[in-house]
Structures are given as C-alpha cells and as structure tokens.
Design a protein around this ligand. Structure first.
Ligand code: R5P
Length: 290
C-alpha cells in the first residue's frame, strides 16, 4: 500500500499507478496547540507500506515519523520510506563548533521505523551513509530533458557549480545533443552566492541551467543573469527539487528566464515531470534483492 505524506499526494498517486498498488487514505490533522496528527485509518495488517513523503518543512518531518509509526502499529509487514526531497540534507556537516549534523539526525530518526529508504537526488550522495536502514539512491535528473522543446538551438547544458555538472550531463545525454559546462560558485551565506561564468560561448544559443535544488533562487538567478549578459537566446532553469522559497520566482523572472521547471519531488505549479517511474524501479529492484 502506498502511503502519501501531505506534501507528496500527487507523486504517491503516480507511484501507486506505476506499482499497481492501492493508495492509502492518509489523513492530516492538527491539534489546537499546533501538534500534527497524520494517520492511516485504512491500513491493513500484513501489507507492505511504502510511505512517500517529501520533508520540506518541520511539520512534514513529524508527519512522516507519525505515518511510519502508524503503519508499523497497524501491522505492516515491511516499511519502505521514500524521501522524494529530503529536507535538512544541505546541513550535512557541523559547520561550526557546537553545531549538529542535522542531516544525520534526521536520517537516524527515519531509520528507526524503516526497513529500507529510497532517496531521490539527495544533495550529496554520502547522505545515504547517515541512515542505519538500507538506502537506495535514485538519480532522476535525466527526466528533466522531457519538458524541453525539441527545437533548442545549439544547446548548452550548464550547471551553476561544479557539484551539479553530472546532472547537467545527464540531462544533455537524455536530450541527445548539446554541450555541457559549469560555472564556479562561492556561497557566502544562505542567500548570498557569487558565481563566476565559464568561458563557454553562450551568444545566440539556447541554454539549459541544471541544478539539484532551486531554493531562494539566488544561485539560479545569478546564472541566468550572466547568460543574459553573454547574449544567450533563451535560458531554461531546470532542477530536480523546485523548492522556490521566498521571492525565488520574482528573482528568476527579473533575470529573464524563459521557463523554470522541476519534478514532482516537490509539488509546485512548475512540476513538469514525474519521478514516479524512477522511484517505482528502485522500490521493485530492492524487492528482488538487486
Ligand atoms: C547547492 O550546492 C545546491 O546545489 C543549489 O545550488 C542550492 O541549494 C540552491 O540554493 P538557492 O536557490 O538558495 O541559491
């Protein structure tokens, strides 16, 4: 049975279709003191539970733990936790003395009630090591080529930093033609980033910037700005996880982006493609011990 978190109802439904499994009627309530109560009233004892929950807020994290506990309590034969987008993954080290490794803390909490975990494009692959449960990492970046027009002119696939160049390469390969390059990025704070353009000639070309996350849009909008200055024709901003917090949309529009789109790991109006087939393959592959 596929058990949706409140933020992942569309993806969970798509996954239920892919796996041909029933979709649980999970409920999400809140007490007057603000505490959440996520429940799965129709869960059948002995079923496998695939809990699908993006954790893009503290409430979503708590609801995920509640859903896991609810299905365990109801007699699930196995609990598979799918984290389409794992919040806190960018806090993957103690940045100063006295800081927590928040990604590890979250991973340990999730592991206590999971037999296995599926992670979609975690910020760093080594996040998987923080889990005590078995983890399958899914790379769904290639699906970002699907929403692109077939007519891109001399396309250039760029990542805004060296860390995301493999994602840009995966989208380029799926698209079937074009060059791949990357910018250099230095992050000064949560919203202050400095990007140094590459030498790639963008004049008159269609450019697709690919990143794993667009959060405040600082990174992506600066990259779009640079490409506009270099005379790029159309600039597309593609990401796996389109968080788009604060004024990210405005920054991107003002920078002159042609289109912003992402997947349904974070369900937004820009979610143009589903990662459900990739997640379904990962869930099924582990089933047969691959
Ligand atoms: C960082 O290394 C990530 O790949 C993204 O570039 C970053 O998370 C984007 O954040 P923002 O949209 O706030 O610049």
């Amino acid at each position: 049975m596929i058990v949706p978190g409140a933020s992942s109802q569309g993806l969970a439904a798509a996954l239920a279709t892919e796996l041909d499994e029933p979709l649980a009627a999970a409920t999400y309530d809140r007490f007057p003191d603000g505490e959440t109560l996520a429940a799965v009233p129709d869960f059948e004892s002995g079923d496998r539970a695939v809990v699908v929950a993006t954790t893009d807020s503290n409430d979503a994290w708590v609801e995920l733990l509640q859903l896991q506990d609810a299905v365990r309590e109801a007699g699930a034969s196995e609990v598979v936790t799918v984290l389409p987008y794992m919040g806190y993954a960018r806090q993957d080290e103690a940045f100063e003395a006295g800081h927590p490794v928040s990604a590890r803390a979250m991973a340990r909490a999730v592991s206590t009630t999971s037999d296995r975990v599926v992670l979609v494009n975690p910020h760093e692959e080594r996040i998987a090591d923080f889990f005590d449960a078995h983890v399958t990492v899914v790379d769904a970046a290639a699906c970002l080529s699907d929403p692109l027009p077939e007519t891109l002119d001399d396309p250039l696939f760029l990542s805004p930093d060296a860390g995301a160049v493999e994602l840009a390469g995966a989208v380029r390969d799926a698209y079937g033609r074009g060059e791949t390059d990357y910018f250099e990025k230095v992050r000064h704070s949560g919203t202050d980033v400095e990007i140094t353009p590459s030498d790639a000639d963008a004049a008159g070309r269609d450019v697709v910037i690919v990143d794993d996350i667009v959060a405040t849009g600082s990174t992506m909008s600066q990259a779009v700005d640079h490409l506009a200055e270099k005379g790029a024709e159309n600039v597309f901003a593609a990401c796996v996880h389109a968080l788009l917090v604060r004024n990210a949309r405005t920054k991107l529009e003002r920078a002159g982006v042609e289109r912003v789109f992402g997947t349904d790991t974070v369900e937004r109006d820009v979610s143009a493609v589903s990662v459900a087939p990739y997640v379904a393959a990962a869930v099924s592959a582990v089933e047969v011990g691959e």
